[in-house]
Design a protein around this ligand. Structure first.
Ligand SMILES: NC(=O)c1ccc[n+]([C@@H]2O[C@H](COP(=O)([O-])OP(=O)(O)OC[C@H]3O[C@@H](n4cnc5c(N)ncnc54)[C@H](O)[C@@H]3O)[C@@H](O)[C@H]2O)c1
Length: 279
């Protein structure tokens, strides 16, 4: 029988075939935070369509609609309402998820907010605290709470939503937002090293401009000297692929990192920006 050399050992062609991972997501329980709308909702839907059991977590009761939509399309999903930015809230969400499905294989830390200021020195300390708590501390709390279950899974995967801002570029009005996302990337890199021997991978996505309510509500407002339309046009012109990302274009990359299709990838941040920061 044909044998393949692998790190001094051997694997058979049959076992190589078991590495085909397209269907692996259907065996996973995936928890997606901030899944009431936007990128989180799209991620929950992509995972649900792939057959994963999905836990939709959000502070907003609209998360119930995401879960309903997945079930209506033939998938499996539950909604758990809670606040990911506190240790107690995170622990409750994870406990409810594990109570529901018994296991947890993938944690997608996507919930986040954008608070803009004319420039960094005009940022209030309240804005700074909100951004750090919701964008960064949430990742710490949720990951800590989920770790026992992810480790038990034996194929645990954490995917954190960072941003091109704070990872590749700075952007006016986004000083503390960028700092909060830089903190997410920094935390993820060390978590990836510490958790690799325990069978848990940790990666980030760094989206560019994604057409979501968050973008519409906050990002275009930051172009204070322009109206919404012209501010938007200028941003579009900076994107080589010529359009804002659709939430599902980010969701597909998150799903890849959440499942075993990416089982040799850890400690990475994948930029999904249509070429905006192309270098
Ligand atoms: N939209 C973009 O252009 C863009 C770009 C880069 C990164 N991101 C990041 O992607 C993620 C999703 O962004 P989006 O555009 O879909 O935003 P969104 O505002 O449309 O969705 C965010 C979701 O998070 C939830 N949420 C907020 N605080 C929460 C809390 N404390 N506990 C639980 N849920 C909470 C909200 O209720 C909402 O449903 C965020 O982390 C954001 O920073 C977005």
């Amino acid at each position: 029988m044909e044998r393949l050399l692998l790190h001094g050992g051997v694997v058979s062609p049959e076992s190589r075939l078991t590495m085909k991972t397209d269907d692996e997501l259907r065996t996973r329980v995936c928890l997606v935070t901030g899944a009431a709308r936007g990128i989180g909702k799209a991620t929950a839907e992509v995972l649900g369509a792939a057959g994963a059991k999905v836990v939709v977590a959000d502070i907003s009761e609209l998360g119930a609609q995401t879960a309903e939509g997945i079930r209506a399309a033939g998938g499996q999903a539950v909604f758990i309402q809670g606040d990911v930015s506190t240790a107690e809230g995170a622990a409750n969400i994870v406990a409810s998820a594990v109570a529901e499905f018994g296991v947890l294989d993938s944690l997608i830390n996507n919930a986040g907010i954008l608070r803009l200021a004319p420039s960094f020195e005009h940022t209030t300390i309240e804005q700074l605290h909100d951004l750090m708590q919701i964008n960064f501390e949430s990742v710490f709390h949720m990951s800590k709470a989920a770790l026992p279950a992810l480790e038990k899974s034996g194929r645990g995967s954490i995917v954190n939503t960072a941003s091109m801002v704070g990872f590749r570029i700075g952007m006016p009005s986004h000083a503390i937002y960028g700092a909060s996302k830089a903190a997410v990337v920094g935390l993820s890199m060390t978590m990836a090293i510490e958790l690799a021997p325990r069978g848990v991978r940790v990666n980030c996505v760094a989206p560019g401009v994604v057409a979501t309510d968050l973008f519409a509500e906050e990002f275009l407002k930051s172009n204070s000297s322009k109206d919404l339309e012209s501010g938007g046009k200028e941003t579009l012109a900076a994107i080589p692929l010529g359009n804002y990302a659709r939430p599902e274009q980010v969701a597909e990359v998150i799903a890849f990192l959440a499942g075993s299709a990416s089982d040799y990838v850890t400690g990475q941040t994948i930029v999904i920006d249509g070429g905006f920061t192309g270098i």
